[in-house]
Structure formats: structure tokens, C-alpha cells
Design a binder for this molecule. Structure first.
Ligand code: SAH
Length: 242
């Protein structure tokens, strides 16, 4: 029995890897959040859908597992990469008692990579990815991770920088970063990566604090070497002589 967990990349069909497209072709049943299924609509013709809302992940994964147990070839879809704040881990947990299900995780282009490419090359060297959602992680843990990343002078990709319920998380995180990093640290924001309305903004850490963000945005915080070159955000690799 086969179950694919597929990262579809940040946007529509053209952001998918060929492997993801091929895996999806083999499936007759697809589970995912409605918005993501809509993004790849042309590839889903004739396939059964298991569609649930944003916060119904466990329900969705359980339904996908049950469809696989009934003999269907199922794809569970995540945006970006399924292993980065996606469905892959949960799928393994939900299928723990069913060794007969062979889970294949198909990697996708995560927002840090896709958004990094839009900005230029902000994550050239060591970096951290940190989600500011405290739905599944205590806020104190998030604050600690942010502080440690800043102390390590890591570039940071901030996922889930805000939601309708949490509007001040980015501000609180910037205050922690500003304890450690200079206010002129180069930062970038990318909204709707790979989708209609894609837009990027360059800013500084001091200004980022008061920049409104939403859940369709990924925020990039540079390290002490990050610069703006030709209007793009670049963390130099460190080659001499350039
Ligand atoms: N599995 C996804 C991440 C899901 S968490 C991945 O690997 O990319 C959801 C967060 O990811 C969003 O709040 C946003 O910060 C980021 N994100 C995902 N897709 C995005 C896109 N197309 N444009 C901008 N940010 C995106």
C-alpha cells in the first residue's frame, strides 16, 4: 500500500518538482487544505478529494490513512516542503500502527528557498527557520530559539509571522533580535511567493518591527554580513577578492 506525502512548492503547478508531478499522477485520491488543492487544480482532474479546513490536519491525515487502507493510492499535499511545518511528520504518526502502508515523502521547494530566490541570496550560509506560530509550540520556546539564532549570527527565515489572532508576534521577535543585532541589519519580506501578486520588500531590522505582515508572508532577517547589492538581499559566501 502506497501513500505519498507531496510538497508542491510555494505556488502553482510550475513550482512543483517533476518528481512531485509524477507521484501525483499515480494517485487516485488527494488530501489537502483547499487553497493548496486549488493551486494545482489542473493536475487533480478525476481524482477523489479529501478536503478539510486549515486547522483540521489530524482529521485530514486520518482520512488519508483510511483511504490508503481501503486500497486507494493516496497523496497528502503540503505547500512548500511537506517536512517543513507540513504534513509529513503527522502522517508518520497517524500511520504508526500500520506498517503495511509504505509512506513516500516527496520533497518540495520550501518558502525559505523560494522566497530567498525572490530576494536574491539571503540564506547563502548558515541559517535557521523559525515559525512564529504558537499553536503547537509554547511562545517562550519560540523566543528562546529566536534569541539563540541571533546570538549565533544566523540568518533567519521566519515562517507564520502573523495570523488574524496574533498580530504582534513579529514585533516581539524584533525586540529580541534588536537586543543582539544592529538596527540596520538587512531584512526582507516576500508575500505570495510563486503566486499571483508576488511582492518583495527590503527593509532594516529597526523598520521591520513596525511593518505589518500576514500569514502569506515569509520574513528574512540577515546576519551581520548581509548587504543590499543591486536592490537585492545578499549574504556573501565569503569568497575573497570580490
Ligand atoms: N510547508 C510550507 C510551510 C507551511 S507554514 C513550506 O515548506 O513552505 C506556512 C507559512 O509558510 C506561511 O505563514 C508563510 O510564512 C510561509 N509560506 C508558505 N508558502 C508561502 C508563499 N507562497 N509565500 C509566502 N510565504 C509562504
Amino acid at each position: 500500500m502506497k501513500l505519498y506525502v507531496i510538497g508542491i512548492g510555494p505556488g502553482g503547478e510550475e513550482q512543483m518538482t517533476l518528481r512531485a508531478v509524477r507521484a501525483l499522477e499515480k494517485c487516485d485520491c488527494v488530501a489537502g487544505y483547499g487553497l493548496y488543492l486549488d493551486l494545482i487544480e489542473p493536475l487533480l482532474a478525476g481524482k477523489e478529494r479529501i478536503q478539510t479546513g486549515m486547522m483540521r490536519e489530524v482529521e485530514r491525515c486520518t482520512a488519508a490513512r483510511d483511504a490508503a487502507l481501503e486500497g486507494r493510492t493516496v497523496a497528502v499535499i503540503s505547500s512548500g516542503d511537506a517536512g517543513v511545518y507540513g504534513m509529513a511528520g503527522l502522517m508518520f504518526e497517524v500511520c504508526a500502527g500500520h506498517p503495511e502502508i509504505d509512506i513516500e515523502v516527496v520533497p518540495g521547494v520550501t518558502a525559505a528557498c523560494a522566497g530567498g530566490a525572490v530576494l536574491g541570496s539571503p540564506l547563502t550560509c548558515d541559517f535557521a527557520a523559525i515559525s512564529l506560530s504558537d499553536l503547537l509550540t509554547p511562545w517562550e520556546t519560540i523566543e528562546k530559539r529566536v534569541r539563540c539564532a541571533a546570538e549565533g549570527d544566523l540568518c533567519i527565515a521566519l515562517y507564520n509571522p502573523a495570523s488574524k489572532r496574533r498580530t504582534d508576534h513579529l514585533q516581539r521577535v524584533c525586540d529580541i533580535l534588536l537586543d543582539v543585532q544592529p538596527p540596520e541589519t538587512v531584512c526582507g519580506l516576500v508575500r505570495n511567493i510563486g503566486r499571483e501578486g508576488e511582492r518583495f520588500t527590503l527593509t532594516t531590522l529597526a523598520q521591520l518591527r513596525d511593518t505589518p505582515v500576514d500569514m502569506l508572508t515569509t520574513v528574512f532577517v540577515g546576519n551581520r554580513s548581509t548587504k543590499v547589492i543591486g536592490g537585492r538581499m545578499v549574504t556573501p559566501r565569503g569568497y575573497r577578492g570580490v
